[in-house]
Ligand binder design. Structure first.
Ligand code: ADP
Ligand code: MG
Ligand code: ZN
Length: 198
């Protein structure tokens, strides 16, 4: 038998990919399995993501698990002290301090499973994701189905009033009237800077 993690110490897993690729579903699946194994599990998520339900992680297909919304990475260690496995959803929204905080939890022997967008709507690395991907023991990059051609989608398309968002739009637009689709590289579009309102 191959033992992936022979040491008793903690480790970091990253689940990434575009929107609709099943990251939240996969996070919930891994934490449910840990629960079945008798481990104490908790999911945290950034306060910014209040799209569905502030007390839960909810996938686009309806899978749901309780989660604690935190404003600041420094709030996490106090919350997860009694847990064996800690999930972090939408981890791309956290500031760089998340790296040291999660390193500390791994050093203490915890299994950390983070999920988040590897790329922003432009296709550029999103927040702390490059560092997390580099540090992780285990990485999974999921694909969605391209909303336009049905092929494997690795990118997130932002639409403002149905048109591609401009390349110089803000990365995070809270509460904006915008829409997102999963797209493959060839169907992904960006408007010229200053061209659209996004
Ligand atoms: P993520 O957290 O990556 O945004 P979720 O786990 O919330 O993804 O949702 C994944 C689910 O979304 C899929 O199981 C599927 O039911 C649904 N879904 C809707 N649109 C798509 C799409 N274009 N590609 C893949 N899954 C999709
Ligand atoms: Mg998600
Ligand atoms: Zn496509």
């Amino acid at each position: 038998m191959i033992r992936l993690f022979p040491n008793a110490g903690g480790w970091l897993e990253v689940v990434c990919g575009p929107m609709f690729s099943g990251k939240s579903e996969e996070l919930i699946r891994r934490l449910r399995r840990a629960e079945i194994a008798g481990q104490r599990v908790l999911i945290v998520k950034p306060q910014i993501d209040s799209r569905y339900d502030i007390g839960h992680v909810v996938s686009h297909a309806g899978a749901k698990m309780r989660a604690v919304a935190v404003e600041n990475p420094a709030d996490i260690p106090g919350l997860v002290d009694d847990y064996d496995v800690v999930g972090v959803d939408e981890v791309q929204f956290f500031p760089p301090e998340i790296l040291l905080i999660l390193d500390g939890l791994v050093e203490k022997g915890m299994r950390i499973v983070v999920s988040g967008l590897d790329q922003d709507f432009r296709g550029l690395p999103f927040g702390p994701m490059p560092e997390l991907l580099c540090r992780a023991e285990l990485v999974d990059k999921l694909q969605a189905v391209c909303h336009r051609c049905g092929g494997p989608a690795t990118m997130t398309q932002r639409l403002v009033d149905g048109s591609p968002a401009a390349a110089d739009g803000a990365t995070i637009v809270v509460g904006a009237l915008e829409q997102y689709e999963a797209r493959c590289r060839s169907c992904h579009e960006l408007a010229a800077p200053g061209f659209a309102t996004g």
